[in-house]
Design a protein around this ligand. Structure first.
Ligand SMILES: Cc1cc2nc3c(=O)[nH]c(=O)nc-3n(C[C@H](O)[C@H](O)[C@H](O)COP(=O)(O)O)c2cc1C
Length: 419
């Protein structure tokens, strides 16, 4: 395959060397086009040595071969890693003031970009607007990831790892080496392609008054990992997001196959999930939904001055059981999966407690995890028991939340195949 790798002027240019090398080792004919700024980070000699092809950056180099269009016309795939904010803006506008710009206008090949920049630049409305337009034109956007950035700060903006970029690029051209968009799900490929899935995540907030709410400690990490795993494996995902850490949600928002719908209270989440579930193949209820809400929300902030004494009571009423409702009303062929965060009593095991709940809820699968002061919430690891609706253990998963998410999808595929 004739692969063009565009490299633009960011620190992550050094990681693009590994992208180029991976394509070469895979037997592809690789042509690197650095921007003039990129050459200030990694020089021509490195790109020529690694790609084993001559490297030029200006439309005025090697004019006899009409390189300003010939590389784009020959390309089967164009990957831009890293893609700076500047280069994304230029792509959006169709600027052609260097060899990479002319090549991009001269190609009909799939284009994959791996943005890398500081979080503020990534979140800037101009950059997000450009990304939206590029996606609309069919450009595949890989990452950026959430993590440490140059300068010591941390957040979304870090370029995806080279193996993730290469896997996503090969997937974009439907190569037999298609390994999915994520290194973590690489061996599973696009085994969820064609599925429409709904995932709820995060913690609901039940208002007490205009200022206060009843909430829970869910960060949304596990539900977002479930949504991202499904998207990376080819599914079209609606993520119904209750309260979720901004950085955690950003990881899902950048995936082109994840549509995010926001919900605040249990009632709003129930409405959003039911609406999204129409026509969905799988619904995963990973959100931590309040069991109780305040019967009458005060229109004014409750104050000590208005209280009769030092104590105050809140009258709580149960919220609806969204999972049980989805399970009893499921459409033919639809799979309903619930999550249960439990703190088993001293005389019972997590499995015993999970079994009772699995039978009571009637979902096709119930993923049960132990929670406590130091377990389950706001951490990157998890351990799940996955039970079927008779309470039988069908899978166990332990590890980082993404690995657990992939194991859960393996379980969901298994029970759907057995039907
Ligand atoms: C040390 C350094 C690191 C930079 N890293 C990035 C980066 O990661 N992402 C980005 O969008 N711009 C970054 N820039 C700014 C770009 O180099 C600058 O916008 C340049 O015009 C990009 O040109 P290009 O897109 O044509 O390569 C960096 C600049 C410097 C000096």
């Amino acid at each position: 395959m004739f692969v063009v790798v565009g490299v633009t002027g960011g620190i992550a240019a050094y990681k693009a060397v590994a992208v180029v090398r991976a394509f070469v080792q895979d037997g592809h004919d690789v042509h690197v086009i650095p921007t003039p700024d990129a050459l200030r980070f990694v020089g021509t000699a490195t790109w020529e040595a690694i790609s084993r092809n001559p490297v030029t950056t200006s439309v005025h180099d090697d004019v006899a071969r009409v390189r300003h269009v010939s590389l784009g016309q020959s390309a089967d795939l164009i990957v831009i890693a890293p893609a700076t904010a500047n280069s994304l803006a230029k792509m959006t506008a169709g600027l052609a003031d260097d060899l990479l710009g002319t090549t991009l206008l001269a190609t009909t090949a799939p284009v994959v970009v791996a943005p890398a920049m500081h979080t503020e630049m990534w979140r800037h409305p101009a950059t997000q607007h450009n990304i939206g337009i590029l996606r609309g034109r069919g450009v595949e956007v890989v990452g950026p990831e959430d993590g440490p950035l140059t300068g010591g700060d941390s957040g979304p903006g870090r370029m995806s790892e080279p193996d993730v970029i290469v896997a996503a690029a090969l997937a974009a051209v439907g190569s037999p080496a298609d390994a999915g968009a994520s290194g973590e799900g690489a061996e599973r490929g696009r085994d969820l392609q064609g599925l429409r899935v709904v995932v709820s995540a995060g913690g609901t907030r039940e208002p007490i008054d205009p200022v206060r709410f009843l909430g829970n400690r869910s960060s949304g990490r596990q539900g977002v990992a479930v949504a991202c795993a499904a998207a990376d494996r080819g599914a079209e995902v609606t993520l119904v997001a209750a309260h979720i850490d901004a950085n955690v949600l950003a990881a899902a928002s950048v995936s082109p196959r994840v549509r995010v719908v926001r919900a605040g209270t249990a009632a709003e989440l129930g409405d959003a999930v039911r609406e999204a579930a129409v026509g969905a193949d799988v619904v995963v209820m990973a959100a931590a939904v309040a069991d109780y809400r305040v019967a009458e929300v005060s229109a004014h902030k409750l104050s000590k001055e208005q209280a009769d004494g030092p104590e105050v009571s809140l009258h709580l009423v149960q919220t609806e059981d969204i999972l049980a409702g989805l399970a009893s009303g499921r459409a033919p062929g639809q799979t309903i999966v619930g999550f249960a965060a439990e703190t088993p009593a001293p005389d019972e095991t997590l499995l015993e407690r999970g079994r009772r709940k699995a039978v009571r809820k009637g979902a096709d699968l119930l993923a049960v995890n132990r929670v406590g002061w130091a377990e389950g919430f706001e951490v990157d690891v998890n351990a799940l028991l996955v039970l079927d609706r008779r309470g039988e253990l069908v899978a166990e998963a332990r590890g980082d939340k993404r690995a657990v998410a992939d194991a859960l999808w393996d379980g969901i595929r298994k029970i759907r195949a057995e039907r």
